[in-house]
Design a protein around this ligand. Structure first.
Ligand SMILES: *Cc1c(COP(=O)(O)O)cnc(C)c1O
Length: 405
């Protein structure tokens, strides 16, 4: 059937009509175990009673008022996010790309406010993904996403991921910040070494640069800490979050230390929808669950269990799986064959996983997965490995390359 949706996605021939916990029910009635979480978004799975209650309660009262007025729900959520992080300020957005845009603007404005408007350049990393706006595609530097969209926005020096010498070489008189995902998501679950991140922090301190972490995918419990920066001991000055904080409702934010935000004064930035009462009520409900006693321990323990199971699968099917990596419930399986075939074989077993770059399939299950879900997911993945081993890829009829970004 001809679609009226702009054809920028190669969609699977599969639609869902409801969800419950980590499970999705397709329009055909088949049940799928979801280890994709709508790309790390559905952090509490589907139909979580606390989220549904927050949606219904606030939805019945007031959705939107604009940022011309006080928004108590946004005040509360911002206060909780700053109390639980390095930051002093929060600005709410509707998406990850907008959060990154705000982070970039904050860094540039900081340097300008310090009397250095010439320090507008930001060092970024190959394999990064920061969104699809003109600034964020320029920042990530992926040629595929830049092609045909006119002159690449100035101000980003893209260097190899993990290469400290290249970072040092890129820090010239115009450098104002360094921006990195502590674990690259779309890039293929590439984990930055904690030592590398700490070295970036030192470089920033030495040269008067701001350190920006893109935690749009890693943030809000995904890696077993509230934020991934806690794993490395390298604390950023500015951080972008989105995906997990809304649990499926569009919500993002950038957070900053007071000093780093010093250029962002009255009238310097704005948004119509960002942080509206409905979005921030739901974000608050997500935090209620993620910050509850024991929840992050649960993520750590489910993540370990899943990762150990994946390592066993790699040992049993070395011709199918080349490697396993990641932290918490942000895991990657490097496939030997095309990753699209691997994901298609999993789908044929009614398990959703998400292809990324580097021939890696991402496992980003809802953080509420339990022991049974993890065991079931591993069984289905093993069946997918057997299917590939047999060369049984009728499933690839469903397969499309479809990089998710
Ligand atoms: C998804 C993602 C973005 C972009 O978020 P959108 O909501 O799609 O704009 C930015 N950075 C990272 C690390 C992401 O994973």
């Amino acid at each position: 059937m001809a679609s009226s949706l702009l054809p920028t996605y190669a969609r699977y021939d599969l639609a869902f009509e409801r969800g419950d916990g980590a499970w999705l029910t397709a329009t055909t009635g088949e049940r799928y175990l979801d280890f994709g979480g709508g790309i790390a978004v559905s952090s509490l799975g589907y139909s979580h009673p606390h989220l549904v209650a927050a949606l219904v309660e606030q939805g019945g009262k007031l959705w939107h008022t604009s940022n011309l007025f006080q928004i108590p729900q946004a005040e509360r959520l911002a206060a909780r996010l700053t109390a639980a992080s390095f930051a002093d300020y929060v600005f709410f957005t509707n998406s990850g790309a907008e959060a990154i845009e705000g982070a970039i603007k904050t860094a540039r404005k900081y340097q300008s406010a310090c009397g250095h408007p010439e320090k507008f350049k930001i060092v970024t990393f190959a394999g990064a993904f920061h969104g699809r706006t003109l600034a964020t595609i320029a920042a990530a530097g992926n040629a595929k996403y830049l092609e045909g969209f006119g002159p690449r926005m100035e101000g980003f020096d893209n260097v190899p991921f993990g290469d400290l010498d290249a970072v040092k070489a890129a820090i010239g008189p115009q450098a104002g910040a360094i921006m990195i995902e502590p674990i690259q998501g779309e890039g293929g679950i590439r984990v930055a070494a904690p030592k590398f991140l700490r070295s970036l922090r030192e470089l920033c301190d030495e040269h008067g640069l701001l350190l920006i972490f893109d935690e749009v995918q890693t943030g809000v419990g995904r890696v077993g800490k509230l934020f991934a920066y806690e794993l490395s001991g390298a604390v950023p000055d500015i951080m972008a979050i989105a995906k997990g904080i809304g649990g499926g409702f569009p919500l993002g934010a950038f957070l900053a230390r007071r000093e780093a935000a010093k250029g962002m004064t009255l009238g310097t930035h704005g948004t119509t929808y960002g942080g509206n009462p409905l979005a921030t009520s739901i974000g608050g409900a997500v935090l209620d669950v993620v910050l509850a006693e024991g929840f992050l321990d649960h993520v750590v323990s489910m993540g370990l269990k899943l990762k150990q199971g994946l390592e066993r699968l790699k040992d049993s099917y070395p011709n199918v799986i080349a490697g396993v990596r990641g932290e918490g419930l942000m895991l990657g399986v490097e496939a030997r064959g095309p990753v699209a075939d691997f994901a298609a074989a999993a789908r044929a077993e009614r398990l959703i996983i998400i292809p990324a770059s580097d021939n890696v399939a991402r496992l980003l299950p809802p953080l509420i997965v339990n022991d049974d879900d993890v065991a079931e997911g591993l069984e289905r993945l093993e069946a997918a490995c057997r299917r590939i081993g047999r060369g049984d890829l009728e499933a690839t009829a469903l397969s499309r390359s479809g990089a998710a970004g």
